[in-house]
Design a protein around this ligand. Sequence first.
Ligand SMILES: Nc1ncnc2c1ncn2[C@@H]1O[C@H](COP(=O)(O)OP(=O)(O)O)[C@@H](O)[C@H]1O
Ligand SMILES: [Mg+2]
Length: 325
Amino acid sequence: MGNVIEVKNLKRNYETTVGILKREQKVVQALKGVSFNVKKGEIFGLLGPNGAGKTTTIKILTTLLAPSEGEAKVLGYKSFGEEKKLRHKINFIFGGERSLYWRLSARNNLSYFMDLYGIDDNVKENRINELLKLVGLEGKGDIKVEAYSKGMKQRLQIARGLINKPEILFLDEPTIGLDPAGARDLRDIIKKLSKEGTTILLTTHYMQEAEELCDRIGFINGGKLVALDTVSNLRKLSNKGSIIHCIVGDFNEALQMELLKIEGVNSINVKEKKGENNLYIETLKPHEIINKVTNILKDCQMKSFSIREVTLEDIYLKIVGEKNE
Ligand SMILES: Nc1ncnc2c1ncn2[C@@H]1O[C@H](COP(=O)(O)OP(=O)(O)O)[C@@H](O)[C@H]1O
Ligand SMILES: [Mg+2]
C-alpha cells in the first residue's frame, strides 16, 4: 500500500533568547534531518525521550509549524504550502491539552468543533452519537465537561479529533497524565480506530505503549531518527539474550573496557542513578560469564546482581540512550 506520509530530510530550528542581563540569540536544532514514511492504515510510533523532537515533527506534519528545511508530504500534499487542501483530511490530539470548553457539555463541544470544520448540520447529531459511543461516553454527552474525570476528558479529546473522519490521526503522547486504566482504555480506542482504517501516527516515550500499539517504530533522539523497524523485528532482537544487571558503587571506563573484552559480552549500558552505577551487560550466555564479571567488579562495592531476559525496553535504551532524561 502507498505511503500517506513522506518525510524527507526534515529540519527545524528554534531561535530563542537566553540570559536576563546579557541577552543572547541561541538556535536550537530540534530536527536535524529526519526522513521516514508512513503507510496507509498503519500505526506508526515515534518513540524518544523528552526533547527528542517528537512534538516538533507532529506540528510540522499537521501544518501547525513550518519546517526550516526539507519536506513533509501528507496524503500527497505539502504540509507547508498546501495546508488548505490537507487540513480537513487530518486531525490531531495533543496529550494533556485543554482544547475543550469546560462549561459546555460534551455534545456542545463536539458540535462547536464540527461547525469550525463546516460539517453539515443534518449529519451532526448522528455523528456526535456515533463518536460518543466509539469513545465510551454514550449517555454522558449532556454532562458538562467540567464534571468529567481526566480519562473522560481524554476520551472526549479523541472524539474531538475524529469529528471530520480524518484519514490520518496524529496523537502526541496520548496517554500522558492518565492513570493505568485510563491509558489502557485509550489504547483500546486507538486500536479500534486503526481496525476501522484510520492511519495513526503517535508519539510516546513509553516503549511498552509503542510495542503494544504500533506496527512500526521510529526511534528519535536529539533531533535525529536513530532507528526504524517493525515491532516484530524488534521483538526478534529481544528474544535473543539476557541482561546481567549489576549495581555497583565505583565504576570507570577502564573496567567497562575489561568487561567488554569478555567473550560473549555483546554490549554494556551504564546508567547512573542516585550515585550508584547500574550496569546492564547484554550476553547470550550469562551463566558462563558470571564469574568473569564478578571478578572484574570485585572492588566495586557490588550492591546487587541479577540476570533476566532482554526486553524491548533494553533495546530502546540501547538505541536512544538516556541522554535527555
Ligand atoms: N517553541 C520553542 N522554542 C524553543 N525551543 C523549542 C521550542 N519547542 C521545542 N523546542 C526545543 O526543541 C527540542 C525538541 O522539542 P520537542 O519537539 O518538543 O521534543 P519532544 O516532543 O520529543 O519532547 C527541545 O530541545 C526543545 O527544548
Ligand atoms: Mg513532546
